[in-house]
Write a protein that binds this ligand. Structure first.
Ligand SMILES: O=c1ccn([C@@H]2O[C@H](COP(=O)(O)O)[C@@H](O)[C@H]2O)c(=O)[nH]1
Length: 239
């Protein structure tokens, strides 16, 4: 995917999505999540591809290895750039996902990159301990899932900016660190727990940032995107 921020298209319909995208060209990356994909199906991917967007299909697969493998085989045929699974599904499941993706990718086409979700950015230390009953710290849990994801042969992880530097150290700078939970100081945190600014993401070694409501909920989404893009790339005068 391009280095630009990945805009999370968390909209209820194709109509709302393309209304929002009227001010954007194909030079931006977009993310299609469960809400939009479940509503519109593969047709939304085809339409976004026609407009030239690089696409992260964020369906976070988590099931038994055979099911995930078959599902990935289908997703591979859509021609998106990036897909993901939950690392908590285990190493065998992630290997199966990769196998399905390889099998389903048409000859002569680059296979989509595949990353594992470590701990959601809406998860905090208390939930890891009390709800997941994990005795390790949140950071140790994220790092453990990152190593497992790398061992399974995947291309990277979804994590928060807070864990990006340690993951780079352990898994290498090329290992993708796709980081949601991006907020400007003036934005509401909403349901996220582990947030960071675009500058922090750049400094900590995120390879990609995912930004939803800070752009889609802004009064001028294009201006919000430009501001975030400049801060992320370090070209903002105050960044
Ligand atoms: O750990 C994760 C994994 C995925 N997401 C997704 O990213 C966007 C973030 O949206 P905001 O509006 O910027 O909070 C959203 O589509 C999530 O499904 C995540 O936030 N955290």
């Amino acid at each position: 995917m391009k280095k630009s921020p990945i805009i999370a298209l968390d909209f209820e319909s194709a109509e709302k999505t393309f209304e929002f995208l009227t001010v954007f060209e194909g030079d931006v990356n977009v993310k299609v999540g469960m809400q939009l994909y479940y509503k519109e199906g593969p047709a939304i991917i085809a339409r976004l591809k026609e407009r030239g967007f690089d696409i992260f299909l964020d369906l976070k697969l988590h099931d038994i290895p055979n099911t995930v493998k078959s599902a990935m085989e289908v997703l591979a045929s859509l021609g998106v750039n990036l897909v993901n699974v939950h690392a908590a599904g285990g190493k065998t499941m992630m290997e199966a996902a990769l196998e399905g993706l390889d099998k389903g990718t048409p000859t002569g086409i680059k296979r989509p990159s595949i990353i594992g979700v470590t701990q959601l950015t809406s998860t905090d230390e208390r939930q890891v301990k009390e709800e997941q009953l994990i005795q390790a710290s949140l950071q140790q849990s994220v790092l453990h899932y990152a190593k497992l994801t790398k061992d399974a042969g995947l291309d990277g992880v979804v994590c928060s900016v807070q864990e990006a530097a340690i993951i780079s150290e352990v898994c290498g700078p090329e290992f993708l660190k796709v980081t949601p939970g991006i907020r400007l100081p003036e934005n509401d945190v909403q349901d996220q727990k582990r947030i960071a600014t675009p500058e922090e993401a750049r400094k900590e070694g995120s390879t990609h940032i995912v930004v939803g409501r800070a752009i889609t909920g802004a009064s001028n989404p294009r201006a919000a995107y430009e501001q975030i893009n400049a801060l992320w790339k370090g070209t903002d005068r105050n960044g």
